[in-house]
Design a protein. Structure first.
Length: 69
């Protein structure tokens, strides 16, 4: 996978977060800190995403499994 390049401006982040994600899968969490964004192959991506506790990981996997079947 290519590495993300930065910087991404706050205005670019605001525009990305203003999109309509109501019917998007997987669910999109909004992130407004520009340092947590980057560009890969010309597309903006959120690069600082993590789940810190194993219980959260299990719940998130169940969420995606339920929606993918």
């Amino acid at each position: 996978m290519d590495k993300a390049t930065q910087p991404v401006t706050f205005d670019e982040v605001v525009l990305a977060n203003e999109r309509d994600y109501d019917h998007y899968y997987p669910a999109v969490d909004l992130e407004y800190k520009p340092e947590n964004w980057g560009v890969v192959e010309g597309k903006m991506v959120c690069i600082d995403y993590g789940i810190d506790e194993s219980e959260q990981v299990i719940k998130q996997r169940q969420y995606y499994e339920e929606r993918s079947s």
